[in-house]
Ligand binder design. Structure first.
Ligand SMILES: [Zn+2]
Length: 176
């Protein structure tokens, strides 16, 4: 079955979806992943590992952030953590109930913990992190028992673009 949707610039794409059923999220919206990807490109320009994140509620953007580990000299300054903090400040709440988080790389253990703590409803990530991802790779969040909150996790939007951005960043680093 083909599903057609409108891309960020009104362009039309057709993709086979049925081969990746977990791809289809409740409120999945590619334009938000595009924004997260734009944040990742900003990180790249700032010589940071290119990862970007956007938090949305009811089609309102609460936060846009990118990785700032180097410039903040802080190992906690991942895109998701910065975005969660920004979103909480924006709505003046400690929990992000019914919020969706879009991120270009599978969240790490710290960020997945923060996602659980902040009660984010849906997590959409672009590309997997086999070495550190704690949504489906190193840890499968759905299989962790006794958590007080489980976000729904979806993967696949803008996977190639996000993966290639990371690859080209690390390739350029190696050449330097
Ligand atoms: Zn992280």
């Amino acid at each position: 079955m083909d599903i057609t949707w409108s891309g960020p610039e009104g362009s039309s794409h057709t993709t086979l979806y049925l081969c990746v059923p977990f791809f289809i999220g409740e409120h999945m919206n590619e334009k938000y992943m595009q924004m997260a990807f734009d944040e990742a490109k900003l990180a790249y320009q700032e010589d940071e590992v290119p990862i970007g994140c956007v938090i949305v509620k009811d089609d309102v953007i609460l936060a846009k952030a990118h990785n700032k580990k180097e410039q903040n000299k802080l190992s906690l300054a991942h895109a998701e953590i910065l975005a969660i903090k920004q979103a909480c400040e924006k709505i003046n709440e400690k929990y992000l109930i019914d919020c969706d988080l879009y991120v270009t790389l599978e969240p790490c253990m710290m960020c997945m913990g923060a996602i659980v703590q902040s009660r984010i409803k849906n997590v959409y990530y672009a590309t997997s992190d086999p070495k550190g991802g704690c949504a489906n790779s190193v840890i499968q969040i759905a299989n962790v028992t006794n958590l007080n909150h489980y976000p729904k996790v979806y993967q696949g939007m803008m996977e190639e673009e996000s993966k290639n951005l990371l690859k080209s960043f690390f390739k350029a680093k190696r050449i330097k």
